[in-house]
Design a protein around this ligand. Structure first.
Ligand SMILES: Cc1cc2nc3c(=O)[nH]c(=O)nc-3n(C[C@H](O)[C@H](O)[C@H](O)COP(=O)(O)O)c2cc1C
Ligand code: SF4
Length: 308
């Protein structure tokens, strides 16, 4: 666990010694002394569970801001009990989210993009490190600049993939990476680049008017990628609820991974990796039904079978 300094303050006048804060603390930061909760550890993951569970509102965790302060909708700040949310509505929202590939020209206000990020960070993170980072491209012009850097990367990758000797070398040295790219993506990427250059068709972001680049600070988190992707899923769902379409752009993530110079153009530090690029905009089309999924295979481990 990555620990932080303790910023927990307990009002002993309010504390009734119920011990709830101690039972939910994952870091043994608190204990009961003379019937009152006290900070006895010198480290904390600053998760805020103690403050959230206290029936007397006796605890504050200085590092945390308990409210979201979203500006584009009215937030219901109170905690929702286990089983108290509408599962039908939640599942319907999850199944209705679609990857959007046709957007209108309408731009997404900055306040909405900010609120999406605030919603994103309610996701869990390893050791509560919250090492996620967000870079917002707020308009199509910035998105096109970004797109050109991505395209430059794929142009040079395509040039390499065209070379048979390089594909052979890749077969020997890197598990046929270049060959796989050549067989699966080369032709489509070439076509996409050509279409952009000749007609200006945006096959990378599908005409999205904004993007959020979700990254992670590898200096402060061991789970930067997982954390960033969990926050991203929150953003995708919230965006749908706010009337927006989204699409994850894996091609952009791959290019940024392979060509770190792209990050530099957007002032993203070296120790930050980008794990998701979310294209965002107002969708042009509506769906009639939800899309299905392939039947899921579930492996149930049976302890009795495993003994035999
Ligand atoms: C990691 C990841 C990368 C993706 N990259 C792209 C992409 O570069 N371009 C694109 O149009 N869609 C991309 N998608 C969207 C998937 O194609 C889409 O999620 C899938 O077809 C299922 O459709 P749905 O999102 O509407 O349920 C990506 C999705 C994921 C999870
Ligand atoms: S949860 Fe609140 S009231 Fe209960 S022991 Fe902790 S500080 Fe005291």
């Amino acid at each position: 666990m990555i620990m932080n300094q303790v910023t927990t303050i307990i009002d002993s006048d309010k504390c009734i010694g119920c011990g709830l804060c101690i039972s939910v603390c994952p870091a043994n930061t608190l204990s009961l002394r003379d019937g009152k909760a006290c900070v006895t550890g010198d480290e904390s993951i600053q998760c805020g569970h103690c403050a959230a569970i206290c029936p007397e509102n006796a605890i504050q965790v200085g590092a945390l801001d308990p409210s979201l302060t979203c500006t584009t909708f009215e937030e219901q700040a109170d905690w929702l009990n286990f089983g108290a949310s509408d599962i039908q509505h939640l599942v319907r929202l999850m199944r209705s989210r679609r990857s959007c590939r046709n957007y209108s020209q309408k731009t997404v206000p900055r306040e909405i993009l900010t609120d999406l990020i605030k919603i994103g960070i309610s996701a869990p993170s390893g050791s509560n490190s919250q090492g996620w980072t967000f870079t917002v491209l707020q308009d199509q012009k910035s998105l096109m600049t970004f797109g050109r850097y991505i395209m430059d990367y794929y142009k040079s990758l395509n040039r390499m993939a065209e070379s048979f000797p390089l594909r052979l070398l890749s077969y020997v040295l890197s598990k046929d990476e270049l060959g796989k790219y050549y067989r699966n993506y080369y032709a489509k990427v070439k076509e996409g680049i050509q279409e952009f250059e000749e007609k200006g068709t945006d096959r990378l972001f599908h005409g999205a008017t904004a993007a959020i680049l979700v990254g992670g600070n590898t200096k402060i988190s061991f789970s930067a990628q997982e954390d960033a992707l969990l926050a991203s899923q929150n953003i995708l769902l919230a965006a749908h609820a706010m009337g927006l379409g989204t699409c994850l752009i894996g091609f952009a993530v791959e290019a940024m991974k392979r060509d770190p110079s792209i990050k530099k153009h957007f002032n993203i530090p070296v120790h930050e990796n980008i794990y998701a690029v979310i294209g965002i905009g107002y969708p042009k089309e509506k769906y009639q039904t939800v899309a299905g999924r392939k039947p899921v295979k579930i492996r149930y481990f049976d302890p009795i079978d495993s003994e035999g």
